[in-house]
Design a protein around this ligand. Structure first.
Ligand code: PHE
Length: 354
């Protein structure tokens, strides 16, 4: 696929894209503002090396749209947006700090048109660095440190998994179940721990072999090689790494009953939801089941700060998934469509009151 920047922008359904080339670091900064119907757009900042800047822009656009649906699903008065820092090579030290500061200055000059938080490739520490230059970062504490949304996302996914188990096996008990987690990052790791504690048989996989080996040894669980991750038999497959991994090729290999994980944009295309559905694999829509981090950051910006209270509030993700699964079962459709309908209704109602 070699869509150029002009075509990507011309064909996008979102509101606007802000583009800045950061000369000093050779980074393309893309801020995709998808929809402001519910409120000021907000979403994470992804930092990644892309083959071409176009790939970074496409990622920002798709992820921004996902954020619109995520905030709508959660019923929070926030719009959808996402930023991508398409770096030329992995960046550390002063170079990284400099880029994050200049990025923070851009956000500050935008006066809140876009607010952000952590995402793939950025850390809470990075967000604290951005926060040195702007007010528009979620979850920055009074001491300047930043809240890690990862554990909250993980708790939300865990609650969502329970709802899926109940639907498929009539019991939310993990004891008899095998769960495979792809990606032991900021969300995958705390999720793996919870699933393990809940008594499931846990399988873990990561593109970094040292990471999975280390983690598996610590918990006494099994490692699945990245090449086998789509074909291993399990009850729940949890994609917690990159997007686009559910496609024609991988779905035909899956040997699971449920897909529920934290990665954004898990489906390569919408029809992949139908592919899962026709294989009788229950799909927990990504932007709902992974909404815990967003929910936590949303609550924090409304001054709910107690960690236990926040973790408790993640039960809401389980209830949302339950509602969506019920609706999908009644309509004999993929939960993907039920989630989409629900979010669109919320957006349409809000638009009609403007
Ligand atoms: N990037 C995470 C997500 O996509 C957490 C996040 C949510 C960060 C909302 C900023 C704003 O859910």
């Amino acid at each position: 696929m070699s869509t150029d920047l002009k075509t990507l922008i011309a064909e996008w359904s979102g509101q606007a894209v802000l583009v800045r080339y950061d000369n000093e670091s050779g980074t393309w900064i893309f801020i995709a503002i998808h929809d402001g119907t519910l409120g000021r757009p907000s979403g994470g900042t992804r930092m990644k090396v892309y083959e071409r800047p176009e790939d970074g822009l496409r990622d920002a656009m798709r992820l921004a749209e996902g954020m619109t649906y995520k905030w709508a699903s959660l019923g929070l008065p926030i719009g959808g947006g996402k930023a991508v820092l398409a770096i030329p090579a992995p960046m550390t030290g002063d170079e990284r700090t400099g880029l994050l500061h200049r990025y923070g200055e851009i956000l500050e000059r935008l006066c809140g048109a876009f607010a952000t938080g952590e995402d793939l490739g950025t850390t809470p520490k990075d967000m604290a660095t951005v926060g040195e230059k702007t007010r528009y970062v979620h979850g920055v504490n009074t001491d300047g440190s930043a809240v890690d949304p990862g554990p909250f996302t993980a708790r939300g996914v865990f609650c969502g998994m329970r709802a899926c188990l109940r639907r498929v096996f009539d019991s939310a008990d993990f004891a008899e179940r095998t769960v495979l987690i792809q990606g032991l990052g900021d969300v995958g790791e705390p999720l793996a721990k919870q699933v393990h504690e809940a008594g499931a048989r846990l399988l873990v996989s990561d593109i970094d072999p040292a990471r999975s080996k280390d983690f598996a040894a610590r918990l006494g669980v099994e490692v699945v090689e990245p090449g086998d991750v789509y074909s291993v038999a399990c009850d729940i497959f949890a994609p917690c790494a990159i997007g686009g991994i559910l496609n024609d090729e991988t779905i035909s290999q899956l040997q699971c009953r449920i897909v529920a994980g934290s990665a954004n944009n898990q489906l390569e295309e919408d029809v992949d939801a139908d592919r899962l559905h026709s294989r009788d694999i229950l799909y927990a829509p990504d932007y709902v089941v992974n909404g815990g981090g967003a929910l936590a950051l949303g609550l924090i910006s409304r001054s709910v700060r107690d960690e236990e209270t926040l973790l408790q509030r993640m039960e809401a993700i389980g209830s949302l998934i339950e509602e969506i699964l019920q609706d999908a079962a009644e309509r004999l459709e993929s939960p993907f469509y039920s989630a989409q309908r629900r979010a669109r209704e919320i957006l349409e109602t809000a638009a009609s009151f403007r």
